[in-house]
Design a protein around this ligand. Structure first.
Ligand code: SF4
Length: 157
């Protein structure tokens, strides 16, 4: 267990996302993500589209659409801890849940296009300024390629 009941990290815990910085796994994931962008099968819709040129079911292209971000205190207590869950809301989603609370974003794509570098900066702000206990991507599948590239940007910047 990485997180104690009081929301603080256990001493000497090295999260998985830090471990992949010390080996070639991140680079491999970035390459896999790039391939998905050209023939997207990131979710069971299996659209097979090249997202640089055409939209699939989720309507997410190859750029990140950021709707909002910040510490989220409304998640389950183990995720929230004392400082909140570092939530990043993206435009577009592959789920189409009829009860979606965020339909302006998930269906309508409300938000603005940002760069991978800006997404990386946001994750660092949630970590270093807000001291959030985790990064909470809502909803991850369509944005997974760009999330991965943001991680790479941070690694090599
Ligand atoms: S992530 Fe989007 S484009 Fe890719 S398979 Fe799923 S719905 Fe289709």
């Amino acid at each position: 267990m990485a997180c104690r009941k009081d929301g603080e990290m256990q001493p000497n815990h090295i999260p998985g996302y830090r471990k992949i910085l010390t080996n070639k796994i991140l680079q491999s994931k970035v390459e896999q993500a790039r391939q998905h962008l050209t023939n997207c099968n990131l979710c069971p819709h299996d659209c097979g589209v090249d997202r640089r040129e055409k939209l699939g079911f989720c309507r997410a292209a190859d750029k990140v659409v950021l709707s909002s971000y910040g510490p989220h205190m409304g998640e389950e207590p183990p995720l929230v801890g004392r400082h909140g869950s570092g939530t990043i809301f993206f435009g577009y989603c592959n789920m189409r849940c009829i009860f979606c609370q965020n339909c302006e974003l998930s269906f309508g794509g409300e938000g603005e296009v940002i760069t991978n570098a800006e997404l990386a900066e946001i994750t660092l702000e949630l970590q270093d300024y807000y001291h959030c206990h985790n990064i909470n991507l809502v909803t991850p599948p369509p944005g997974r390629c760009t999330d991965c590239r943001a991680g790479q940007w941070y690694r090599y910047s």
